[in-house]
Write a protein that binds this ligand. Structure first.
Ligand SMILES: *[C@@H]1O[C@H](CO)[C@@H](O)[C@H](O)[C@H]1NC(C)=O
Ligand SMILES: *[C@@H]1O[C@H](CO)[C@@H](O)[C@H](O)[C@H]1NC(C)=O
Length: 484
């Protein structure tokens, strides 16, 4: 009997495998042939810079699809990505978790102190009915090669990244953009049932939808009547947390940004346009900054926007950009990658920059953006400490929204509750950094605390093996000590 069962289940598995293989084959022959041909047409794929983008980033997906329909061809990587990974704002967030490490948990090389984290995630997934996907480095490579087969420049860039840390950063954006779900670093552990996250909890989403039009913040010259009467109960498309909100004069000794978003845990629907811009930025920067045929060719003008070539040069990021002694034209290889590169090429620095850039682009190009920040909008309580409240920044936030249609960093300061800008939900620092004992973060038992990060800093050791740049951050992505 047991043997029969075994045979039966093996057969089922084989059949399932065969079905998947057939589907994959059909897919690639039906879909790709014509498509790939289209990509290979002259002129070759162009890599626009995200900081000089004359497009409505939120609406690129449909525009790209229309361009294909009209057989105009897709000549920018932005359009290719939008076409291959369409974004459906109405869909639910995929119920899956992605993690990656060099080796598998059963390998003796797998760090003992991560085993506990791994167990926590697998059981949280099991309890919530989420799929759990743990990928080793070689699994990750194989998966990306198949998923991004239609956008070969992305794979090229991934392979050319000179260090494992840069690849680990890039991987999380790529997997979420292609598949969606939750990505979380191996040295994190979930603190709550996954269904309790504000991004998916029905009760919470219904509460947001219930808020009257009064709760939506007007921007530009758009009057309240044009704001949606009621948001529909819809899960957000991108869910991020605050990593740092250091309200202190010396904040820039410790952090790259006054408000920094964290990228050790991210939740997203596949195809989210903000992730697409990030992937475009990293791909373009990589192909321009590392040795290879694309960097070295005499004429790059059909690939890069030569009027803004500094945008592609990671040596031009941060203060060193204007340092006349810095070797700006030096190609990036393993031995000259430092903390500034990691931060501003693939890490939390560029992640935060692109999110802000995307939000601003979205506000400036669209007149139907839902802006919700209940911390800002609830009346001041009598005993409220305004020095630790977002209300301190009311004027700045309002001025930025009204006059230039930009979201100031202040919009995310001292958050206690999630805020929404269009379909991007930003969670308070407590959600992914509870218990750090500063920056107003609450404890791991707080209702808003979802994930705890153990700060192993393995990437930092690797980066510190190289001579740090003069202005390399003292604590990369870490939490500085509480000031005396
Ligand atoms: C990438 O993003 C950074 C930060 O916004 C920007 O300075 C840079 O110009 C962008 N580069 C490209 C190639 O998109
Ligand atoms: C990253 O770049 C920004 C400006 O683009 C700069 O303010 C910041 O210091 C840089 N961060 C690091 C870690 O170099």
């Amino acid at each position: 009997m047991a043997l029969l069962n075994l045979i039966a289940s093996r057969r089922v598995r084989l059949l399932a495998l065969a079905a998947v293989a057939t589907l994959l084959l059909m897919n690639s022959s039906l879909f790709s042939n014509g498509y790939r041909r289209q990509f290979e047409q002259e002129p070759p794929v162009y890599l626009p810079t995200t900081s000089h983008a004359d497009v409505n980033m939120r609406e690129v997906s449909s525009a790209a699809a229309a361009a294909v329909a009209a057989s105009a061809g897709l000549h920018t990587l932005r359009d290719q990505l939008a076409y291959v990974f369409p974004y459906n704002a109405e869909s639910m967030i995929p119920r899956s978790v992605w993690q990656t490490w060099k080796t598998s948990p059963s390998d003796p090389q797998f760090p003992a102190n991560y085993k506990h984290c791994h167990k926590k995630w697998t059981s949280a997934c099991k309890d919530a009915g989420y799929s759990y996907n743990m990928l080793t480095d070689s699994d990750a490579m194989a998966l990306l090669e198949s998923v991004y087969a239609e956008t070969p420049l992305v794979i090229k860039a991934y392979k050319l990244l000179p260090t494992a840390i840069l690849r680990a950063d890039f991987f999380r954006y790529l997997i979420l953009f292609a598949r969606g779900g939750i990505y979380s670093d191996m040295d994190t552990r979930p603190l709550k049932a996954l269904g309790k996250w504000s991004s998916v909890e029905e009760k919470y989403l219904a509460h947001i939808a219930e808020l009257s039009t009064e709760a939506y913040i007007p921007y530009k010259d758009i009057n309240r009547n044009r704001m949606p009467a009621k948001a529909s109960v819809k899960e957000p498309g991108l869910v991020i947390g605050i990593e740092a909100d250091p309200d202190r004069d010396d904040w820039d000794d410790w952090y790259a940004r006054r408000i920094q978003f964290c990228q050790w845990t991210i939740q997203a629907k596949p195809g989210h346009p903000a992730l697409r811009e990030l992937i475009l930025n990293i791909t373009a920067t990589t192909l321009h900054s590392v040795p290879g045929p694309l960097r070295d060719s005499d004429d790059n003008s059909n690939l890069f926007d030569t009027a803004h070539s500094d945008d592609y040069n990671v040596n031009r990021r941060a203060k060193r950009g204007s340092d006349p002694l810095y070797k700006h034209n030096e190609a990036k290889v393993k031995k000259n990658v430092d903390g500034t590169d990691i931060m501003n090429w693939t890490g939390p620095g560029i992640f935060s920059d692109i999110i802000f850039e995307y939000l601003t682009n979205t506000l400036q190009h669209n007149n139907d953006i839902v802006l919700l920040n209940t911390d800002l909008q609830t009346p001041t309580a009598q005993n409220e400490d305004l020095t630790k409240s977002i209300k301190r920044f009311y004027k700045t936030i309002n001025a930025a929204l009204q006059t230039s249609g930009t979201v100031a960093w202040e919009f995310f300061a001292f958050l206690r509750n999630p805020v929404l800008v269009d379909d991007v939900m930003v969670l308070p620092i407590t959600s992914f950094s509870p218990g750090v004992g500063q920056m107003e973060a609450k404890g791991t038992d707080d209702p808003m605390a979802f994930v705890e990060h153990m700060f192993s800093g393995s990437w930092k050791d690797e980066a510190d093996g190289n001579k740090p740049a003069e202005n390399a951050p003292k604590v990369n992505g870490g939490i500085p000590p509480v000031p005396a």
